[in-house]
Design a protein around this ligand. Structure first.
Ligand SMILES: [Zn+2]
Length: 210
């Protein structure tokens, strides 16, 4: 039930259009619509087989400097899958191994491999806010996709809603001090584990010193 609900949440984003943009970030010029690209948000494993969930992202052409610009989209910079799936991988990898994280996500019917989980977990992407759903920790971005009324809003209005719930991932820039990033949390976790491993050996070390 939980896994179906999560897969349905991801599926609700299928074919949504992302068209929101401001002035050119390079020169402040006027961005004119150029074309629309279809991008894979997630791959779901359904009883009927593999299903690609795609979104449409509008591209703009700056009239002043000529640069090609993407609308705000539900992807973190330099990533290939939707931000809610990345958030899920980062959230689960804080309490599970990378391979177990990929197994849990695959069991939800969402395609991801261990290598991708590892890449996101050790990146400077943010640790997402968590919501508990039937006792299961879900990132807020994914939680907000669940129960999104299908067909209530379509086109760019749906895109704007998804972006707000996802925290505008394409505009994310890692903080210079690394605070709140997944890699810094993974480092803390590793240090904590090593400390726990060292502690039982303490009495032996003390004996040596005496
Ligand atoms: Zn420009």
């Amino acid at each position: 039930m939980l896994t179906d609900t999560i897969a349905c949440g991801i599926a609700s984003i299928d074919q949504v259009l992302f068209a929101q943009t401001g002035p050119c970030p390079y020169c402040g010029g006027i961005a004119a619509p150029y074309d629309t690209k279809e991008k894979i948000y997630a791959t779901l494993h359904t009883p009927e087989g593999e299903k690609k969930i795609t979104v449409f992202v509008r591209r703009y052409h700056c009239r002043d400097c000529g640069k090609l610009l993407y609308a705000d989209e539900p992807f973190y910079p330099d990533t290939r899958i939707g931000s809610a799936v990345v958030d899920l991988a980062i959230a689960l990898s804080l309490v599970n191994s990378f391979s177990h994280t990929s197994e849990i996500i695959n069991a939800m019917g969402i395609d991801i491999d261990r290598g991708s989980v590892r890449k996101y977990a050790l990146s400077d992407l943010p640790v997402p806010k968590i919501n508990f759903f039937y006792g299961f920790p879900l990132p807020f971005s994914l939680f907000s996709l669940i129960g999104r009324p299908l067909g209530l809003k379509s086109g760019a209005a749906a895109g704007a809603e998804v972006l707000a719930a996802s925290g505008f991932p394409s505009a994310y820039r890692a903080p210079p001090d690394g605070a709140g990033t997944s890699c810094s949390r993974q480092k803390q976790r590793k240090e904590q584990k090593q400390k726990e491993k060292r502690e039982p050996q303490k009495p032996a070390d003390q004996r040596k010193q005496e």
